[in-house]
Design a binder for this molecule. Sequence first.
Ligand code: IMP
Length: 207
Amino acid sequence: MKTIIFATTNAGKVREVEEIIAHSDLRIISLKEAGIVADVEENGTTFEENAQIKARAIRELIAEKPEYRDAVVLADDSGLVIDYLGGEPGIYSARYLGEDTPYDYKNKVILQRLEGVSDEQRSARFVCAMAAALPDGELLSVTGVMEGRIAHEIKGENGFGYDPIFYMPEFGMTSAQLDPEQKNAVSHRGKALRLMKERLDENISCQ
Ligand code: IMP
């Protein structure tokens, strides 16, 4: 049985990862479950760099724990990229306007910054980079993207964060109006996870 330690404190993310990549030979545990306390500084300049920094740092930490010597460490970094705002909030999505600021406020500010801007210029995407640090030092890296545009008003109760202002033309609604299964099927995180599952299946079976 292979163990994957997912470098997140977000229980919702652990559940999503479990739903997509867990199988009988693979168990997913959170940092907390692994008894690891770590506050890794995400000082990269891209989503990919940040995910890799996190995965590598936690892998180094657990190398000292004999029970996790063979574990894989998985880490992700995600955010919203708005073209009209030069890519903001991007890698600063969680910290944009303050880490503890309610998303209702953050979303209103973004709508104000795009007031009067045409639909064509409101293009945006959610990006999720995922990195896996393997026990032999190898690093796997994948990225998933979900395209859309910034809506004109806040809509929807599902999802979290910037979902209520992320309009998806193919569904005619925001990602906060999709049900969770619909969102998982097309989301940046869902895509990155499925790509990572393929890479892990190839690599783990070779070890
Ligand atoms: P992370 O946990 O450091 O990857 O932070 C990602 C941040 O990007 C979150 O706090 C949200 O602000 C935003 N974000 C990432 N994925 C989503 C999503 O699926 N919906 C809404 N906001 C998202």
